[in-house]
Design a protein around this ligand. Structure first.
Ligand code: ADP
Ligand code: ADP
Ligand code: ZN
Ligand code: ZN
Length: 839
């Protein structure tokens, strides 16, 4: 940086969302942590202001066209932002990856492997020999087979790419196929073929096939389960041969002779699949299909030619099945297996892969294999892949905005994450991160704390400076947690003796992915934490085994294939409270999701204003009612078609985002207390602009509404406005809103599963959440949290710790017990960190 160059991004007069016209200096070239309780305005500053301005200006510089359009549509509400670099954001919820995206493609490591296999692999030459690579000095590239006369140049890296020339022709490089599910073809084997045992010959209008089948030598008048294996083989896979049949024309009692080609049951479905062009045609056959690995490439996505080259005795497909940890061990040995003249080429490729592999392992992703579909990675894993790529790109002078990068990260991996962030800064970039993990915040050069409360009670800078300065600042709310002086202890936990007092769910699982067969007991009516490093098997145990087993047991169905045995111990209702967005469309709001909207509509229909105008409850719906804004059809936004850019959503200019037509603002509801009440009557669109806490004050007369709103407030969501669109809520907010809808139900026999409920929560928010979970447990529910947050774990009654590592090194139960018992277990990595926490 030049000597007198800017040292800070200067933000003046920021008013994005709840920010209260704040001025703040954000140091450049430093790690800046933004802290504050949830809803305080951290994202409004980090993403809404810094990133929004940084990316907007970057785009502006690209072309005059985009400058005009973008500055019109998305300028942040701020007076001045000076010296902001081009910005990139790594978000909590990255875009959903496509079917051809794998861990290998998104980390670009697959490029390295392709290069390696294409350059130094041994090939089957045109003479059918397996030939080692040799160097053609004149061409300066390796060639194969000069000795057996079939001079041959090997293959280019492109030819080994499953998203290009190397794709398996059968599945198009996706590795999966819709295959015929033979078990669905004859659902009832007590029927004869004449009675319709082979359902595809009935439903797909192939009724003549019974007659052809008879001509093929199959008895069609005996129950299907009495057919010989030969007969069954003909039914399922018989050859497409022509047979002569008599077709009885029922209308006029005549018979026609026909030559008909036999389609086996499987061929019938395959034929229909090949012809299915419309979604409805596809739906008709879908029940005869299942998704399975492609039979030609066995799920490897690669053509036979692309699987031909061998390096160190394995092909590319086998190499991509290795985990990063295994690959890191295998790669250095490649050179030694090659002819001396091509070894340097391998050396170069292996060398170039070493650093990115090391970094991904540092981020705790060493248990992933390159062929793992990106769509099966968690949000935290995806964000860390993005982070590794950002470092690899060797940018300089860029502002990176990270949104809770510690999500899904065991305390043991947080140091690796911080190391990677340091690498970004060593290249001359700036990093702003929003996080709650005090170990992450302690690493920051500079902290900006927003608060003090949420929504309208937040939006100001309450403390800033180095970690030490913030720790000494009396206004700071994070200070006691940063210094370790304050710890969260909010519940009376069970003792080892009484933890199973209300019973135990017993579960025995089968091997799933890398997770070994496990036998675990879950105490009923307790708060239970499932812990372990990333990839140790937490999700597999809870979401792929326990939840489906309990649901099957409750419904009296057979156990899922992942589970060998399950005693549900009285659990009859399982609720999964995850952090996926609520409502895929723009029509769900806090008011509709929490159920207060229905009561409000009814209350408004009873007002004199409504009666005078002949309005009923239905008219007050912004989705379907007559009072909805006609311009945006009640969505509050309209989409602008900007050429060359993705559609831009803007606030509806007619209703200004309220979703209601002007007429709705004229219908007011008074509190019914005479003239004074009459004057301060509010319209429904006005109420939608209030926060939950404000509405609680305002609507005191409406018991059913305030009861629901109180739950939202108790759960720490009092700062949300009633009209806020639920798809825009953060993962943590969505999760807490779902939780709110469960409070007050009968909890006996209920089991709740939360996947990382501490996402987005300040330690003070964790206290609130623990209080709500405690309420569920007190009413008899069993609560299971998949967690890394040590405050959450140390407040649990019982811990099931998986590991010890991830992938092949994990998948076992390391220890179980109360937090103290886990601390005492020397093998438990979690226990080591928990011991520090429990002090
Ligand atoms: P934090 O990141 O600290 O959790 P946010 O910056 O996301 O907080 O939110 C601060 C306030 O701004 C909250 O009251 C929130 O409801 C509001 N808010 C967030 N996003 C939007 C939005 N897109 N439109 C309107 N208000 C919003
Ligand atoms: P955790 O939740 O503890 O991070 P997971 O249960 O997600 O761990 O993963 C356990 C193991 O199973 C890991 O080795 C992971 O790579 C593997 N795994 C998880 N999901 C899949 C999947 N859909 N396909 C293949 N392997 C998977
Ligand atoms: Zn294939
Ligand atoms: Zn509108």
């Amino acid at each position: 940086m030049a000597q007198n160059g800017p040292t800070c991004i200067r933000v003046r007069g920021a008013r994005v969302h709840n920010l209260k016209n704040i001025d703040v200096d954000v140091p450049l070239g430093k790690l800046v942590g933004i802290a504050g309780v949830s809803g305080s305005g951290k994202s409004s500053l980090a993403l809404g202001t810094l990133y929004a301005e940084g990316s907007r200006r970057y785009l502006e510089a690209l072309s005059t066209y985009t400058r005009r359009r973008i500055s019109q549509s998305s300028r942040a509400d701020v007076d001045l932002v000076e010296y902001v670099p081009a910005a990139l954001a790594l978000r909590q919820r990255p875009a959903v990856p496509g079917v051809r995206s794998t861990f290998g493609t998104s980390t670009e490591l697959l490029n390295g492997l392709r290069l390696l296999f294409s350059r130094v692999g041994s090939y089957t030459c045109p003479n059918g020999h397996r030939c080692p690579p040799t160097m053609n000095v004149a061409l300066e590239k390796p060639i194969v087979c000069p000795t057996c006369g079939a001079e041959f140049y090997g293959r280019g890296a492109e030819e080994l790419a499953f998203n290009s020339d190397g794709a398996c022709p059968t599945c198009g490089g996706t590795g999966v196929m819709r295959l015929v599910d033979e078990s669905a073809l004859v659902p009832d084997e007590t029927k004869t073929i004449d009675e319709g045992a082979v359902v595809v010959w009935g439903t797909l209008m192939w009724s003549l096939m019974k007659d052809v089948c008879r001509e093929m030598g199959v008895r069609t008048n005996v129950p299907f389960n009495q057919l010989t294996p030969e007969e069954r083989e003909i039914v399922f896979h018989g050859p497409a041969e022509k047979r002569h049949i008599l077709y009885h024309n029922k209308g006029n009692d005549t018979a026609t002779e026909l030559d008909f080609t036999y389609y086996s049951a499987v061929a019938t479905v395959e034929n229909a699949l090949a012809k299915a062009k419309t979604e409805s045609a596809y739906r008709r056959i879908a029940r005869f299909l299942r998704e399975g690995p492609c039979p030609d490439c066995h799920g490897t996505r690669l053509s036979a030619a692309a699987r031909d080259p061998l390096v160190r005795d394995i092909n590319l497909a086998q190499a991509t099945m290795m985990t990063l940890d295994q690959l890191a061990e295998w790669l250095p040995g490649v050179e030694g297996t090659l002819p001396a003249e091509v070894a340097p080429i391998a050396h170069q490729v292996v060398d170039s892969m070493a650093e990115p592999i090391a970094r991904l392992r540092q981020l705790g992703l060493g248990y992933l294999s390159l062929d793992r579909a990106s769509s099966t990675l968690s949000n935290g894993e995806l964000q860390r892949v993005q982070l590794a790529r950002a470092v690899r790109n060797r940018t300089t002078g860029v502002l990176y905005v990270l949104d809770e990068p510690s999500i899904g990260l065991h305390p043991a991996n947080v140091e690796g994450l911080l190391g990677v962030v340091d690498d970004l800064m060593a290249d001359g970039n700036s990093v702003v991160l929003v996080d709650h993990d005090v170990r992450v915040l302690r690493h920051a050069d500079h902290i900006i704390e927003i608060g003090p409360g949420s929504g309208a009670n937040g939006g100001t800078v309450i403390a800033q400076g180095t970690v030490g300065e913030v720790e000494r600042d009396r206004n700071s709310r994070i200070a006691p947690f940063l210094s370790g002086e304050r710890r969260i202890r909010v519940r009376d936990r069970a003792t080892p003796d009484d933890v199973f007092a209300s019973g135990r769910i017993h579960l025995e699982t089968n091997q799933v992915h890398t997770v070994r067969p496990l036998s675990v007991d879950v105490p009923v009516g307790r708060l239970v934490a499932v812990t372990g490093v990333s990839g140790s098997g937490k999700t597999t145990l809870v979401l792929e085994c326990l939840v489906p087993a309990l649901r099957a047991a409750a419904a009296g169905e057979t156990l899922p294939p992942t589970v060998a045995a399950c005693d549900p111990a009285g659990v009859s209702r399982v609720e999964l409270i995850d952090s996926t967005p609520i409502g895929a469309n723009v029509r769900s709001t806090v008011a509709t999701y929490s159920g207060v909207m229905d009561d409000l509509r009814r209350a408004f229909a009873k007002t004199p204003d409504a009666k005078e105008r002949g309005l009923r409850a239905g008219d007050f719906s912004y989705n379907t009612g007559s009072l909805r804004c006609p311009t945006c059809d009640g969505t509050g936004t309209i989409s602008l078609d900007v050429q060359f850019l993705p559609d831009v959503q803007i606030t509806c200019p007619d209703c200004r985002g309220s979703r209601y037509a002007d007429a709705a603002w004229d219908v007011r509801r008074t509190t019914g207390r005479g003239a004074a009440g009459e004057r301060d009557g509010a319209s429904l669109p006005q109420l939608m602009e209030l926060t939950v806490d404000q509405a609680l004050e305002r609507l005191r007369g409406l018991r059913s509404v305030t009861r629901r709103l109180q739950v939202l407030s108790d759960i720490g969501l009092g700062y949300l406005t009633l009209g806020e669109a639920t798809p825009e809520l953060s993962g943590g907010e969505a999760q807490r809103l779902k939780l709110a809808s469960q409070v007050g139900r009968d909890q006996v026999g209920a089991l709740y599963v939360f996947d990382e409920p501490s996402i987005g929560l300040h330690p003070l928010d964790v206290e609130v959440l623990l209080g709500v979970l405690q309420g569920l447990v007190e009413h008899g529910a069993t609560v299971i949290v998949i967690e890394h947050d040590l405050d959450m774990v140390s407040n649990s009654d019982y811990v099931i710790d998986l590991g010890p590592g991830g992938g092949e090194d994990g998948g076992r139960v390391v220890c179980t017990g109360t937090p103290e018992q886990v601390c005492a277990c020397p093998e438990s990595v979690t226990g080591r960190y928990l011991a520090e926490e429990l002090g």
